[in-house]
Design a protein around this ligand. Structure first.
Ligand SMILES: NC(=O)c1ccc[n+]([C@@H]2O[C@H](COP(=O)([O-])OP(=O)(O)OC[C@H]3O[C@@H](n4cnc5c(N)ncnc54)[C@H](OP(=O)(O)O)[C@@H]3O)[C@@H](O)[C@H]2O)c1
Length: 193
């Protein structure tokens, strides 16, 4: 199974902060959902998303970085600096499809961002076809940031896929003074899978 997972502002399709490389929501229930979905899986992410993770990476998950700059362990140590961890796998964009085909034979895969990598999956038909589900936490708040990272392809998913709301809730957003925000988790999937 290959799942893509993200949190997104429900109106403007904002997924990140260009200036800080940070997430734009921090809702305990959403982070818990992310943990449940990704634990035990191979997580594939763009280099910048890896750099935005806590130092040491996330426990009980394999980390795979997509980067065209990192080709060797020496490159990885140099580019990632203090964020470098042992047992890191790095692949370039051209290897991605083949990697997923092989890796998904032995384990579940989570595509965890960021916008560049998500966009690639939404635009490249071969990669899109490899996805089993897209889980989008749609948050009813528009982050007030100067340089948002947007995921425009998200808007088309309703036309391209079937979907179901699997959860609705309210949580305190630590990036919005702990104000309560409404969110819903939507699963997008292809009927024939
Ligand atoms: N809302 C969410 O759920 C969520 C999840 C994850 C991340 N984010 C946020 O998203 C932001 C980061 O996203 P981002 O788009 O800037 O970066 P990203 O996709 O995490 O990483 C981009 C880097 O990965 C490689 N890469 C990935 N896809 C590529 C492609 N299609 N073509 C060429 N290179 C590709 C390149 O590495 P090299 O430069 O090394 O070649 C590129 O510079 C942050 O703000 C982060 O917090 C949000």
């Amino acid at each position: 199974m290959v799942n893509m997972i993200y949190s997104i502002s429900y109106k403007e399709n904002i997924v990140g902060n260009r200036d800080t490389n940070d997430l734009v929501f921090n809702i305990k229930e959403d982070l818990q959902f992310f943990k449940e979905m990704t634990i035990g899986t191979t997580m594939i992410m763009g280099r910048k998303t890896f750099e935005s993770l806590p130092t040491g990476g996330l426990p009980k998950r394999k980390h795979v970085i997509v980067s065209n700059k990192i080709k060797t362990t020496t490159d990885a140590k140099e580019i990632l600096g203090g964020k470098y961890i042992e047992n890191l796998t790095f692949i370039n964009l051209d290897e991605l499809e083949e990697y997923i085909k092989e890796e998904s034979k032995v384990t579940n895969i989570s595509i965890i961002g960021g916008a560049m990598l998500y966009t690639h999956f939404l635009e490249d038909k071969n990669l899109f076809d490899l996805l089993s589900n897209v889980y989008a936490t749609q948050v009813e708040r528009i982050p007030e940031i100067e340089n948002p990272v947007k995921l425009m392809g998200h808007g088309d998913l309703k036309e391209r896929c079937s979907f179901e709301v699997i959860k609705t809730g309210q949580g305190k957003d630590r990036l919005d003074n702990n104000n309560l925000v409404n969110y819903k988790v939507v699963r997008y999937f292809k009927e024939n899978i």
